[in-house]
Ligand binder design. Sequence first.
Ligand code: PLZ
Length: 450
Amino acid sequence: MTPAVAAPVLGGPALPQRRSLVTALPGPRSQEILDRKAAAVASGVGHTVPIAAVAAGGGVVVDADGNSLIDLGSGIAVTTVGNAHPAVVAAVQEQVARFTHTCFMISPYEEYIAVAEALNRLTPGDHAKKSALFNSGAEAVENAVKIARKATGRQAVVAFDHAYHGRTNLTMALTAKSMPYKSGFGPFASEVYRAPLSYPYRDGLTGSDAAARAISLIEKQIGADNLAAVLIEPIQGEGGFIVPADGFLPGLADWCRENGVVFIADEVQTGFARTGAMFASELFGVVPDLITTAKGIAGGLPLAAVTGRADLMDAAHTGGLGGTYGGNPLACAAALAAIEAYESEDLPARARALGDILGERLRALAAADPRIGDVRGRGAMIAAEFVDPATGAPDAALTSAVAKACLAEGVIVLTCGTYGNVIRFLPPLAIDDDLLREGLEVVASALAGV
Ligand code: PLZ
C-alpha cells in the first residue's frame, strides 16, 4: 500500500530550519501510521519519538502532520553530515541508476575499494592498513573479533562495564546492559569477559589507576596468553557518553601491544567528526590495531567497516569474511560523498564549535541545578547525567520526564546510560547555531518544569 502522504516533501538543508508544532504530538496522521505500526511491526522494535517522519535535513525532522522538530539525535549519531545531504543524495541517485548490486564477493567494483582506501588513509596511524565493509555496527564488531581471533590464535575477548556493541549473538555477549538488550535472549557467546571502565564522575580514579585495575583483572581472570582482543568504545555511547580519564586508553593500548593482544576501538558511535576529531581515538593519543566504524560513515545509508593493521586484516583466509550486501554500491557512493564533505567542509571543526555551544549552556544549567551531576563529552557528543542531588544516585525518572517534555515541545533528545539517567546531545553537524541554542532553551525550560 502506498503511504497516503498528501504532497511530496523534500528533505535536506532546503527544509525550513525552524521548530514549528501545528498539532500536539503525535498528530492525527502520525497516530494513524503509529497504529499501523502497532498492528504490523513486532513489539520488540520500539520507538521513542511518537511521530512518523516524512522528511529531514539540516537540524530538523518533519512529521506526517507537518510538525517540524529540532533534531538533537541524528538518528543515533548517523546523519552527522546532515540528513539528505545534497552531495550524498546526488551520489546515491547517480549510483542507483547505474547498478544497485553485483555482490562484491562476485564482481568487485571501484566504489567499495575507494571507501577502503579512504578509511585506510583517515583512521589513526600511518602503518599499512586494510579494510573490509559490512552492513551494521554489530556486524563490524563481530568481524573485528573474528579477525583478532584468527590473527592471534587465541579466543578470549575483553569488553567493559557499560559497553554497547550490538544486538547480534556475539555482540549481545559483548554488550553490558541486560534490559532491554539481552534479557531472555541467551545463551550468549562464550569467552567474553568484562573489565571495569574508567568512569571519572563515579570512580574518581586517575586513568592510569583505572587501567591498572582493569589489567590486573585481565591478568588474573583470563591471562594474556588466552586473550585475543580488548574491545572498547573510546567514549562510550549507549553506556552514557562516559569519557575515560586521561591515560586510561593509552595504558590499555600499551599493555595490549606488550602482550600481543589486539586493541580494537569501537568507533561506531564516535567516528566521523562527531567528537571534534575524525576519530575519537585521536583525542586520547591511541592508535588502535583495529577500528570498527558505521553510523556516520555514509550519511544514513547502511554501511560499516573494520579497518586496521594490514597484517591482522589479512590473517583471515580468503572467503572467511564477507556477506551478500557488505559494501553495497549505494552505501559506498553515499560514504564517498559523506567522507568528501567531512574533509572539505572541515566538519571536525564544526563539531567542536557545536560542542562549545552545548557545553557552555549545559554547564551553566548544571551550575544552577544540582540535579545535573555531570556534563561531559567531546565535540558534538555531549551529555548531561541526572542525579538525586542529596545522594548522587542516578535519577532515571527525572531524565525521562525531561526528555518527554522536550519532545512535547518539538525537540528530539535521546537518553542513554546503564541507569537511564543521561540525556545525550548528538546534533547533525548541519544544524544552525541558533536552532541548537533554541533546542537547548527548550531543554532548560523542560528541566525547570519537572
Ligand atoms: N557499537 C559503539 O553505538 C549502535 C544502538 C541502538 P548497529 N548504537 C545504537 C539500539 O538500541 O539498537 C552501536 C554502537 C557501538 C556498535 C553498535 C551497533 O551498531 O549498526 O546498530 O548494529
